[in-house]
Ligand binder design. Structure first.
Ligand code: ADP
Ligand code: ZN
Ligand code: ZN
Length: 741
């Protein structure tokens, strides 16, 4: 009996979200191993797929694999990783597999020089005989045989050109068992980087750093999987701790993965890693072209690079022996992918590390509330770095109440204090960062006299003004009320405004006030081109500009000694997003952006402008008091039943007509049994009802344990998939969502 193989078809449909059994023709039996990309007959079609390390189900009738297209592309561990992601996030298996494949493969990119060779299987005399048999019937096959008799083996391309013959003639000879064909892979490795001889020596660790390092090294040296939360204020030397753990992993013959939220934003970090580890570092970032990315991937796969530095997707790097995985700024939402598969790199890191007996370090000055909660429960071991290196003070944060500015007649977006401090900074020849988190969404409604923000009574979230219908709507649960022009709190009827100002306006205003200042802007618009971010950051860090204006891109990673002032134009923008994580994101942003200043000899300060100076996120940021923030936020989460006190699954339907989206979710809902312990909210319109011509509705599933309902959801989804496909609709599932907009 022919050998069987389990094949995963390269097609994202619910009908193909499983493996199929194929037979392996004898001619392929040596090459057909798991990991190979293959060509297969599928119904009336010819498709591609991957042989996977699963037991093929024996069946009555199996069709043979038609061709092997590549060598093995993934390991068993990679396949298990893909399975884990597919199971955890309810995505298609093939989508999850793409994550671990060599970059570009699924888009048909030829990433290595795959040369197909052809040789005779028959002895020369037999080949001569066959040629004379075929002489009249199949001249092309005869030409192939004679060409091979003269010179063998030949590359397929060369052979068909020399013969000349069509591919079908070659296939006929293969089917006869007269010739054989195989692939040899010649990786297109670019010239490797020169091996540096001088590597930077690590500094002597501070006492705090040594104390944090010890338990990590201990777990590492005993090959024990252990999880650490490294809670260290900005500039406390967390990165140095990572570097030393990595060095220890290298000494063991293992390697490590270091994730950063957005590698383009951290050229300084990149340099630091390369200075320390030279060509052992592979950097995976979005600025790489496909082939460069593949090149780095290959250096990792072949063991030349054992330290991987990269953004979210670097968690899938083909590093064989992992000693440590680091998530720097672990609270960053960039670790969660916003499209399918909607995985969180932290969860993937924990899974991989547990399989490898590796340590995980989650590092942050402002850990996610979920993470800190898990540390409190003992899931993570908490390590702290409470002080900055060299006892540099944390920046002094001054809060400006913008209501008072308005009362005093200052209508500028810059408070008087910020104007004074900016001027001082410019005169002293130092640098400033101005931060405004305006990504072009939601305005909110605010009373400029008393600071009241319209909020949903059920969710404690800001309501958004909808001009059509003139209503204030909760983007989370659908609650709504008529728009008002008289403040329900203070009764003022001429202070209600919706707030709106972006980074460009900040630049224009700054230009007007300080015509001499050199200003750079860093936001999604200015960094659209590959490499642009790098250029702006490098230019600013060299002192080629006085002021850097930007969105949250300026809050991450920058370590520039000459920056002594940070201006936060409006802390209210993130605070009032209709999102259960708004308070957490605000605190984190404020703390991070303030942390960009005073990293050199000169102490830094931050000026924080807000209409709600009494909010706990803002007060805690002023005092750099994570604990105060955490306690209050945790209470709020407990009260409104948000994570970590509940798990959430967000199911959405997208359709061209609003009622289609709603009806699909109602169909789905009917398939889900009601349970005491789980609450299902909706169907309700998504906060952004219409995006890209699609109407979006959603279901929110909440409960302490969602295992059972998740399985039921997985079973129900294919049933509604067919119906939604007919009407051009789509259903998405987000497990543990971080984005509600
Ligand atoms: P974090 O990652 O917590 O922001 P870093 O590791 O970047 O902190 O350290 C902040 C600064 O202090 C960096 O410029 C770094 O080179 C320096 N530094 C870190 N550890 C030490 C040390 N043990 N001795 C001297 N300088 C250090
Ligand atoms: Zn008011
Ligand atoms: Zn609500």
């Amino acid at each position: 009996m022919a050998k069987l193989a389990a094949v995963l078809v390269d097609l994202i449909t619910s009908a193909t979200n499983k493996t199929f059994t194929y037979s392996i023709p004898n001619t392929m039996k040596d090459q057909a191993v798991y990991g190979c990309k293959v060509q297969i007959p599928f119904g009336p079609r010819t498709l591609t797929g991957y042989i996977v390390p699963e037991k093929p189900e024996p069946r009555e009738e199996v069709r043979p694999i038609s061709a092997i297209l590549t060598n093995s592309l993934f390991t068993r561990e990679a396949w298990e990783l893909a399975r884990f992601v597919a199971d955890k996030y309810l995505c298609h298996l093939v989508e999850a597999l793409y994550l671990v494949l060599p970059p570009g493969i699924n888009r048909g990119l030829s990433v290595d020089r795959r040369v197909r060779y052809v040789d005779l299987l028959l002895a020369e005399q037999e080949a001569q005989n066959l040629a004379s048999q075929l002489a009249n019937r199949a001249p092309a096959q005869v030409r192939i045989l004679f060409t091979l008799l003269q010179q063998r083996p030949l590359t397929r391309q060369h052979l068909l050109k020399q013969a000349p013959a069509a591919a079908s003639s070659l296939q006929a000879l293969i089917d006869r068992g007269a010739v054989t064909t195989w692939i040899e892979t010649e990786p297109l490795l670019m010239e490797s980087k020169p091996v540096e001889t001088i590597k930077e020596q690590p500094p002597l660790l501070t006492e705090d750093q040594s104390r944090a390092l010890q338990p990590v090294l201990k777990a590492l040296s005993s090959y024990r999987h252990e999880r650490f939360l490294l809670h260290g204020v900005t500039g406390s030397g967390k990165t140095e701790v990572y570097l030393q753990v990595l060095a220890a992993a290298l000494r063991q013959g293992r390697g490590g993965i270091v994730l950063v939220p957005e590698i383009a934003l951290t050229p300084q970090m990149r340099e630091r890693f390369v200075r320390r580890f030279g060509s052992k570092v592979a950097v995976l970032h979005s600025g790489l072209r496909d082939r460069e990315r593949y090149n780095e991937w290959l250096r990792i796969e072949q063991g030349q690079a054992r330290i991987v530095l990269g953004a979210r997707s670097a968690i899938y790097a083909p590093l064989k022996s992992i000693g440590v995985i680091v998530l720097d700024e672990e609270h960053e939402t960039a670790y969660k992918q916003e499209e399918s598969p909607r995985y969180h790199a932290r969860e993937v890191a924990l899974w991989r590390a547990s399989k490898q007996g590796a340590v995980v370090i989650l590092g942050s000055a402002t850990p996610a509330v979920d993470t800190y909660y898990r540390a409190q429960k003992g899931d993570y071991r908490l390590l702290t770095l409470p002080r900055r290196i060299a006892h540099r003070p944390l920046p002094q944060v001054k809060i400006v109440d913008m209501r008072a500015e308005l009362l005093a007649g200052n209508r500028s977006i810059f408070s008087r204090l910020l104007q004074v401090e900016l001027k001082k900074t410019l005169v002293a020849g130092r640098q400033a960062i101005l931060f405004l988190n305006r990504r072009g969404y939601s305005t909110f409604v605010l009373c400029r006299r008393c600071g009241l923000v319209a909020k949903c009574p059920h969710c404690d979230l800001a309501l958004t003004l909808h001009k059509v219908g003139r209503r204030l709507i909760c983007h989370y649960c659908g609650y709504n009320e008529p728009q008002y022009h008289t403040c329900p709190d203070c009764g003022s009827n001429h202070h209600i405004r919706d707030f709106g100002c972006g980074t460009q306006r900040v630049v224009a205003e700054a230009n007007r006030l300080w015509p001499q200042a050199r200003i750079l802007r860093l936001d999604a618009d200015t960094s659209a081109r590959v490499g642009a971010t790098d250029k702006i950051i490098t230019s600013f860090s060299r002192g080629e500009a006085d002021i850097l204006v930007g969105t949250q891109m300026v809050t991450k990673g920058l370590d520039i000694a000459r920056v002594t002032l940070v201006g936060i134009i409006s802390a209210d923008l993130t605070l009032n997003l209709p999102d259960p994580y708004a308070a957490e994101r605000t605190f984190q942003l404020l703390e991070q952006v303030a942390g960009r200043t005073g990293r050199g000899e000169v102490p830094g300060q931050a000026v924080l402008q807000t209409y709600t100076p009494d909010h706990f996120s803002i007060k805690a940021a002023k005092q750099h008091n994570y604990q105060a923030f955490y306690q209050q936020e945790l209470e709020r989460r407990r009260r409104y039943l948000y994570p970590p006190f509940t798990r959430i699954i967000l199911v959405r339907a997208l359709a061209a007509a609003e009622k289609t989206a709603a009806s699909i979710l109602n169909q789905l809902l009917a398939l889900l049994p009601t349970e005491e312990a789980t609450r299902i909210e909706g169907p309700a319109p998504c906060p952004f009802l219409k995006v890209g011509d699609k109407f979006r509705w959603q279901l929110i599933i909440k409960g302490a344990n969602l295992k059972k309902i998740k399985n039921q959801l997985a079973a129900a989804l294919p049933q509604v998939a067919a119906a939604s496909q007919r009407v051009g609709a789509r259903v998405t599932v987000d497990i543990d969502p971080l984005f509600y907009l």
